[in-house]
Write a protein that binds this ligand. Structure first.
Ligand SMILES: Nc1ncnc2c1ncn2[C@@H]1O[C@H](COP(=O)(O)OP(=O)(O)OP(=O)(O)O)[C@@H](O)[C@H]1O
Ligand SMILES: [Mg+2]
Length: 226
């Protein structure tokens, strides 16, 4: 469903990712593991169209490079960046709705999708009217997840979602991801982490990224993140 064919990606004149050549199938939960600065965020941003790409990227069998960055979420791609950027003056629900507004999803589809997101994250329904500036950091991560799920009907990419989450909230977050899986068996998840232990038993496959190069890997419980 997502395929990198000999992809290199640059920011400015600096090549960050080199010769990525792999594909991800529907229903996979991919852990992308790498140390700080390895290129995890750059890889996700490359899917969103924020880097300069050489090579070919395919989404659902179609060239992704032909789709402009603002149109990519509308293909069914949800992205929760590392820096989650909630708009603090907007309510929780308004924040969740932003991608749907931007993609002009339409009232009916937006309502149906929002209902589904609240099924997966019911606690957010209770805080829907609160200003996003008044929720805790951990709750903000849940809001960012909900926002990614609004358009992420095929692919959801989460950049270090467990980073800085208190243990109880991390468990809750993982539960929400399981609920997402249960509600849609064909959805593809890509989750980045620097600490592989956090995704053990969760991912169906692991890729390791090191200095901008990706290789098939296994989660080594002994490896410490740096
Ligand atoms: N805007 C930028 N301009 C120049 N270099 C950048 C830029 N953003 C990232 N880089 C470089 O690209 C490399 C990969 O960075 P990236 O943020 O993708 O790593 P990461 O794996 O997400 O790291 P972290 O675990 O710290 O989030 C690093 O060497 C970084 O210095
Ligand atoms: Mg990063």
């Amino acid at each position: 469903m997502l395929e990198f064919r000999n992809v290199s990606a640059s920011i400015g004149i600096i090549e960050i990712l080199r010769d990525l050549d792999f594909r991800i199938e529907p229903a996979e939960t991919l852990a992308l593991i790498g140390r700080n600065g390895a290129g995890k965020t750059t890889l996700l941003r490359t899917v969103m169209g924020f880097t300069k790409v050489q090579g070919e990227l395919f989404f659902d069998g179609k060239p992704l490079t032909a789709v402009s960055p603002p149109r990519r979420p509308g293909l069914g791609i949800g992205y929760s960046p590392e820096d989650r950027r909630l708009f603090s003056a907007f309510t929780v629900e308004e924040n969740i709705l932003l991608p749907a507004d931007a993609a002009r999803l339409g009232k009916e589809k937006t309502r149906r999708r929002l209902d589904k997101v609240y099924d997966i994250l019911p606690e957010l329904k209770e805080m829907a009217g609160r200003p996003a500036g008044n929720v805790s950091g951990g709750q903000g991560k849940m809001v960012a997840l909900a926002r990614a799920l609004m358009l992420g009907t095929k692919l959801v990419m989460l950049d270090e979602p467990f980073q800085g989450l208190a243990p109880a909230l991390a468990l809750r977050y993982a539960d929400a991801l399981r609920a997402l899986r249960d509600s849609d068996r064909s959805i593809t998840l890509i989750i980045t982490e620097s600490n592989p232990a956090l995704l053990r038993g969760f991912a169906s496959r692991t890729l390791v990224i090191e200095r901008g190069e990706v290789s098939e890997g296994s989660i080594d419980p002994e490896r410490k993140s740096t």
